[in-house]
Design a protein around this ligand. Structure first.
Ligand code: MIG
Length: 653
């Protein structure tokens, strides 16, 4: 059962679009607000809500936030932030996913649908309550009552609509790095992977491919004859995936800039001129994605890239990230540079982020014809960029596109996936990747993944192998790293066959992974789930924070600690443990309960649930273009597997 209370005049966020008949809408009058169980004081323009928690309640959700699968015991702030120093104490990441579930004897979900800043105090200091403060008086508050956390989530996924449909090649392994400067760098990556016998489906182009970081341009010296190059790579089964940043360089002669200025498609400042903010290209204007016409225009700008043959893109810096603006000083940029070089500085102070609260109060959008301060719609900016790109790409391309964004809001999953931004090479971040997969799936983002191996810092051989073992199961499986870190392409490490074996498992499992993903998409379901969603009666399963269910039939329990070759695993029921030696699969039945499993560094083990089977490829494909989804056999229990198959590229009708 879903109800929606409407406070004030909320902005249309586009989060809830499906099955509106299933929702009981009701407007809340000002009188009710001040007399209800929530406080509303006009001076502060905040709405406050409080929900009691019982001892055994788990709080699930909140998408891309730090903390555990169970969100209890700390606070979170929805205020999209580019802060590359991911750490447990951080309150905000790149996305705003204001959906959580209190799950115990009863299961109730709440979705705070507002682009404003929202603070969630989830039992911090053992207060036995969830306190939500919305910094606005306009809000749609959805309440979903269900039989279980999973049931509540299913109802929520039903109203926010299904994910965008990625092509099959987007489920292959991708290599990326900030700093691939020329076509030769790309060729080197492709050749070395091939030489190592490791499958590869795409290589990402970071800002280095552009002419002076100007969106929709190419540095033709570094990438001559790009159209031929893109098509030559495609013939080798490799897609190239360029980045697009949110800021458009202010420069006469930059066509995107000129058209945007002429038509008033950029965000404005207090005086009504265009807002200036410095990002990678120097001074930029931000497209005003809140205007329909601006979205259509920006979406169509991707034609400048699709004309080269590109079919996949990643959208960056769309919180939006601002180095400094006409309202803040250049000092902040220097400050950030120092933070990057000396991470220890960051722990000591607040405000090390690539965005400033201050700047966000100084620029404006046209939202439904009304001038609104960026701050009040901040959390929707990246989602609106994703929407612009997704709508543009679906018109420009006859087939499916790949798109993943850094910033997001609930609902953006209908246009593209997300990646979880600038993590770093540590086991802590690997664990966070697993946690994010669970909570992002609850918020509709099923096409997602982290920078495998970590973006910042240097990735050890051990960490890369362990990380790949998790990424084997995440829809977006991309090795990405920052410029100036140690290079982390798999072929650079010792005993490259170990990497081949780990990535080979992904490709052998693709018929299952793709089928389970597409079934989740079509049924508006999750692709990865916490154990408590599948075994709600099992109190031990509900507490598991380091294992996940993948599709219907698989449970994973990756090694998340350095120096470990064993994993303590909790099995809520009897399962088959599967090992893979690079060629063949071996199975062992493990009884319900605790198990200590040996997991050598070059192995990925996983579990198949009782009475479930999994389909695997008979042969190892070097990329998805060579993969026959029907050339399969079954492993696990002797029951039929209901496989979803399509051509992997045509749009769904
Ligand atoms: O300020 O384009 O999260 O993946 O490599 C850094 C360079 C800008 C941030 C992205 C990262 C990308 C990097 N970008």
């Amino acid at each position: 059962m879903i109800t929606c209370k409407i406070y004030g005049e909320p902005v249309e966020t586009g989060a809830v679009v499906d099955d509106l008949d299933a929702i009981a809408f009701q407007s809340v009058s000002e009188a009710e607000i001040s007399s209800g169980d929530f406080a509303f004081s006009d001076g502060k323009t905040v709405l406050e809500f409080s929900y009691p928690l019982h001892e055994k309640d788990i709080v699930y959700g909140l998408g891309e936030t730090m903390g555990g699968i169970n969100k209890r015991g700390r606070s979170y702030v929805s205020y999209n932030t580019d802060d590359p120093h991911h750490r447990q104490s951080m309150l905000s990441m790149y996305g705003a996913h204001n959906f959580f579930i209190i799950d115990g004897d009863t299961s109730i979900g709440y979705f705070f649908d507002t682009p404003a800043r929202v603070v969630f105090d989830v039992d911090t200091d053992n207060s036995k309550s969830v306190l939500v403060t919305v910094e606005s008086k306009n809000l749609r508050l959805y309440t979903i009552v269900g039989e279980s956390a999973y049931d509540v989530t299913r109802q929520f996924l039903n109203i926010i609509g299904p994910s965008f449909v990625p092509p099959l090649w987007a489920f292959g392994y991708g290599q990326s790095r900030w700093g691939y400067k020329t076509h030769k760098d790309i060729d080197e990556v492709v050749t070395q992977y091939k030489r190592a016998g490791i499958p590869l489906d795409y290589v990402c182009l970071d800002i280095d491919y552009m002419d002076r970081y100007i969106d929709f341009t190419i540095d033709e010296k570094r990438f001559p004859n790009l159209k031929d190059y893109v098509s030559e790579k495609k013939k080798q089964g490799i897609h190239l995936v360029p980045i697009v940043d949110a800021g458009v360089k202010v420069e006469p002669g930059n066509e995107t800039y000129e058209t945007g200025v002429k038509n008033g498609y950029f965000a404005t400042n207090e005086e009504g001129g265009f807002f200036h903010a410095a990002v990678w290209p120097g001074m930029t204007h931000f497209p005003d994605f809140f205007q329909k016409e601006a979205r259509e225009w920006f979406g169509n700008e991707y034609k400048k890239l699709t004309d080269f043959g590109f079919e996949g893109f990643w959208n960056d810096m769309n919180e939006p990230s601002i180095f400094y603006s006409e309202y803040s000083t250049k000092q902040s940029k220097l400050d950030q540079a120092l933070d990057f070089l000396m991470p220890s500085r960051v722990e000591k102070k607040e405000g090390s982020k690539n965005n400033s609260y201050h700047d966000y109060h100084h620029f404006y959008h046209k939202v439904d014809g009304k001038k609104m301060c960026h701050h009040d719609v901040h959390n929707l900016f990246g989602a609106m960029m994703t929407r612009a790109s997704g709508e543009g790409l679906s018109k420009l391309l006859p087939n499916r596109y790949l798109l993943f964004s850094r910033s997001s809001y609930i609902g953006a999953h209908r246009y593209g996936g997300i990646w979880t931004g600038d993590n770093h090479s540590s086991f802590e971040m690997l664990r966070q990747n697993l946690i994010h997969m669970a909570s992002l799936n609850m918020c509709g983002f099923i096409y997602t993944g982290a920078d495998t191996g970590g973006f910042g810092g240097n990735c050890s051989r051990e960490l890369m192998l362990r990380w790949l073992a998790l990424s084997d199961f995440t829809p977006l499986m991309r090795n990405h790293s920052a410029i100036a870190t140690k290079k982390q392409e798999c072929y650079r490490y010792k005993n490259v066959d170990d990497f081949k074996r780990v990535i080979a498992l992904r490709y052998r499992l693709l018929p299952y992974i793709y089928s389970e993903f597409m079934k989740a998409l079509k049924n508006k379901d999750m692709y990865m789930k916490p154990l408590g969603f599948v075994y709600p009666e099992d109190e031990r399963a509900r507490k598991v924070e380091d294992q996940l269910m993948v599709g219907e039939g698989i449970m994973i329990a990756p090694v998340l600690e350095a120096g470990e070759i064993h994993r303590k695993v909790y099995l809520p029921e009897k399962m088959k443990l599967v090992r893979f030696d690079g060629e063949n699969f071996f199975e062992d039945v493990i009884p319900k309960g605790d198990a200590l499993i040996e997991v050598p560094l070059n192995e990925v083990v996983f579990f198949i649930r009782k009475n479930h089977s999994v389909v695997v490829s008979k042969h190892l494909a070097m990329n998805t273009a060579d993969l026959d989804l029907s050339d399969i056999f079954s492993i696990g229990y002797d029951v039929p597997y209901d496989q979803y198959v399509d051509d992997g590229i045509s749009k769904l009708v």
